[in-house]
Design a protein around this ligand. Sequence first.
Ligand code: AMP
Ligand code: MG
Length: 486
Amino acid sequence: MADLSSLRISHRFSQLPAAFYSHVQPQPLDNTQWIAWNGSFATEFGLPAQPPTDALKHWLAGEVTTERFNPLAMKYAGHQFGVYNPDLGDGRGLLLAELTNNQGEVFDLHLKGAGLTPYSRMGDGRAVLRSTIREYLCSEAMAGLGIATTRSLGMLSSDTPVFREKQESGALLLRMAQTHIRFGHFEHFFYTNQLAELRLLADKVIEWYWPECQNAEQPYLAMFESIVEATAKMIADWQAVGFCHGVMNTDNMSILGQTFDYGPFAFLDDYDPHYICNHSDYQGRYRFDQQPRIALWNLSALAHSLSPLIDKSLLEQGLAQYEVKLGRFFSFNMRAKLGLQTKQQGDSELFQSLFDLLQQNQTDYTRFMRQLSMLDGGERAQQAVLDLCVDRESASSWLNRYMQRCELEPTSATERCAAMRLVNPKYILRNYLAQLAIDKAEQGDFSQVHTLVTILSQPYQEQPEHSAYANLPPDWGKSMEISCSS
Ligand code: AMP
Ligand code: MG
């Protein structure tokens, strides 16, 4: 394929006024090689199933320009660790093209690591290999788990040196998402008092992503409520699976409630609500159990930026829906994880006592939940659950309570456990697994990256040939803190 004729390319964002972006050209990296190519995803867009090696590769990697693409760096702002920063924007990424898939959905194709832009500030516009691998793996792991996320189309290694704490090599991520519009886009226009642009942004967000809001009595309010709901769903999914984002700044919050901008993220190993995965998060602002509250804080910041468009009391009502929705989504998730189809009094206490038990016993969250999904295996299966806790007495008393609760269900143990295995993953992207794959990749061996992509794309399947990847982390790899430098 040496032309772009099989792609449906649009230019919605570049048709917006100049205040929204700067035109930029990608700055090619040296000697790029595909490390990964998401063939099944690619074919949805009319792209080849195999990594392209011809002219298409050079266009997609930003090495050769084509008039069919119109690359631009988006301008946005945002609150970083609670402090407003007006100077953000795509500092090392750019929107290369908008591609339509076979469902008629438009996705942004974003190149991360493509060089300097007017928003690069002190940065070099590059992304290193290790952080590119982490983002590729985690976005595909989240997609496999069924959690809303940006996607990865492919990634390229290069010989371009990039300097962080030491010399590393630059890489390029081809990231896809229905939008790259963040809460911080609205904040930028609000704080610079560009109210016509603020309104236009809201109009476009409604037109492109929430068209049903056009028929609402108050379309802007309906848009805000949609963002609130999507965010609540995402957070409920994170908390139920044990995902810690690490940098929930408002510029890393997608207006579609998709997990966005993977940096120092982590999945919980031992159940520890106080876990802080980001090495630079000294105050624990983004620690695991703070995420629901921080999402509300971020939504409040968004609401404030929308105040020229929506009456304050209505915004407050919209915001108030967050906790209600979050509570509903989270209970739904936990009920499913415990195989409960009915709602009964005392369910919330059952969930909380489970979390308390796991925290007190420093029990691996994913392993425990998966083991609970095996209780159709008789007495030995019960023993295997108890074996995951040091304090057998508390574990046994919780398990009895749970088994009694299961008796109120219309389903058999076999049915219950089969359903539970579809929502309690056997495989998650533990940080130590990512680290081992990166260590090999830095030696030029990408086999572990590929193996992880395969395993994590179907995390609920048993995959007995890969069961070592469901093992508990070694001591060095437990509850790792990841540096923000990427
Ligand atoms: P992040 O912490 O990755 O969410 O990035 C925060 C801001 O810094 C965004 O505006 C990024 O585009 C920018 N940024 C991060 N890393 C770099 C880099 N190496 N070069 C230029 N800009 C960067
Ligand atoms: Mg960011």
